[in-house]
Write a protein that binds this ligand. Structure first.
Ligand code: GLY
Ligand code: MN
Ligand code: MN
Length: 439
């Protein structure tokens, strides 16, 4: 993403914060996996949204109207020996030249410099509770400033939730963000198609997971956006199944929920298909209900509709469908009111999508569901999970777990399905799988 995009975001935030306010946003800490091995580092999403700065040990400080420069980045200094061991650093110069900071300071000087920046400010914009070590340090800096009261210095006495402002910005995706998300979804869609093509009875779930990761990496998405869910048979009925170590059996379904993270943006796609390439009549009957529910929900994704409208549309189709196949008995309105679908469909139909797979942004304004607006991106992901543990469920339905999930952008006149490249109808899926058999 272009440096100008990050500068624009910081300007917008500073317009809100205004004179007298100060923004403090650290990146994520590095985490030890075991002994000298760290988990792959991922910057804090809010920090990265404002800076594009990928290194650990960094803090952004925004001070609107500070004459010597408004955007300050604390980061690691250049160090030839450390860089030989651990990789390149932007250094202080790079922080300004490459990332557009007005001023850069060594991260080791944070304790000396930050209290001075807090002096005589009225309001702090910070996310309390995310990084407890940093919270403690901030309290310490504030105490230092407060202790200078007799010298005529005042400490900020208003604490504002930075997330409240920043997450509202992140909810509306810019043109550049949409381009990146389109690509993240396209990469994941290719990988899902590939998974359908290589899947055979007798393989293990982890072999399909390997295909997905291979596909992501080959196209430049260096990590999945979340641990891939690859569940065959009974495992398709476990919503967040990630063991991915079972054998794939002829006659079972395979549910794959896998998305790529590309340039810090997530995609989140679920497809379900028969391991042997042909849906059984029961699998197909349930699949068609979930698909109809998903299409009805996607149809509701347009500006002016409420956040909850897609969910309601999906629930209606699911209730009617379960009556049609004889799993539920009664009138659909009553079943909906009584939530009789819950043993089979127990999650909501979507969530915001962006830098985080379950992205930031409020779903309600006050007590009311929020109105959909252009630039918002949501998933649409109804499912039915016919677990053998459901009391009274006829055996022919057992272990049919189906979810269909797409990433949908609200546009000025409707929507765009970012993940449309992944085969979805019964005919498309069977055709995709057959093509592979013929090859
Ligand atoms: N992959 C997590 C979700 O669909 O919400
Ligand atoms: Mn999702
Ligand atoms: Mn998902």
């Amino acid at each position: 993403m272009d440096k100008k995009e990050f500068i624009r975001r910081r300007k917008r935030l500073m317009d809100i914060v205004d004179n007298g306010g100060i923004v403090i946003q650290p990146t994520a800490p590095e985490r030890v996996r075991n002994r000298d091995v760290f988990y792959p580092f991922r910057p804090d999403s809010d920090f990265y949204y404002l800076t594009g700065f990928p290194e650990p040990e960094a803090v952004l400080v925004l001070v609107p109207d500070r004459p010597q420069g408004e955007c300050l980045l604390f980061c690691r200094e250049k160090d030839a020996e450390a860089e030989t061991w651990h990789g390149r650093r932007a250094g202080l110069e790079g922080a300004c030249e490459l990332y557009g900071a007005d001023d850069a300071f060594p991260i080791s000087d944070l304790d000396d410099i930050l209290p001075g920046l807090l002096e005589n400010k009225d309001r702090i914009y910070y996310t309390m509770g995310r990084y407890q070590d940093f919270d403690q340090r901030l309290v310490g800096w504030l105490n230092r400033v407060s202790s200078k009261g007799r010298a005529g210095v005042h400490a900020p006495d208003q604490f504002n939730s930075l997330g409240h402002y920043l997450h509202e910005m992140r909810l509306y995706k810019s043109r550049d963000e949409i381009k990146t998300m389109r690509r993240a979804a396209q990469i994941a869609a290719h990988a899902h198609r590939r998974a359908m093509q290589v899947c055979r009875p007798g393989m293990h779930e982890f072999q399909i997971e390997a295909e997905l990761l291979h596909g992501f990496m080959q196209e430049g998405a260096r990590a999945p956006a979340y641990p891939s869910i690859v569940g065959g048979g009974a495992n398709s009925c476990i919503l967040h199944y990630t063991e991915n170590n079972a054998l794939l059996r002829d006659g079972d379904l395979l549910l794959i929920d896998a998305g790529a993270e590309f340039d810090s943006y997530a995609s989140d796609i679920t497809r379900t298909f028969p391991i042997n390439g042909r849906f059984s009549p029961e699998q197909r009957a349930i699949y068609e209900i979930v698909l109809e529910a998903q299409l009805a929900a996607i149809d509701k994704v347009r500006p002016g509709n409420l956040w909850n409208d897609p969910h309601q549309a999906a629930l209606e189709v699911i209730a009617k469908g379960l009556i049609d196949v004889g799993i539920l008995k009664g009138r659909w309105r009553t079943l909906l009111k009584d939530e009789a679908y819950r043993p089979y469909y127990m999650h909501r139909t979507g969530h915001w999508l962006g830098m985080d797979v379950h992205d930031v942004g409020d779903y309600k304004i006050g007590d009311e569901w929020r109105t959909l607006e252009p630039g918002m991106v949501t998933t649409v992901e109804p499912g039915l999970y016919l677990s053998l543990s459901i009391k009274g469920l006829a055996k022919r339905w057992w272990n049919i777990g189906i979810r269909i999930e797409d990433d949908v952008l609200v546009t000025a006149d409707g929507h765009e399905i970012l993940s449309a490249g992944a085969p979805k109808t019964v005919a498309e899926i069977e055709h995709t799988m057959q093509q592979a058999c013929a090859a």
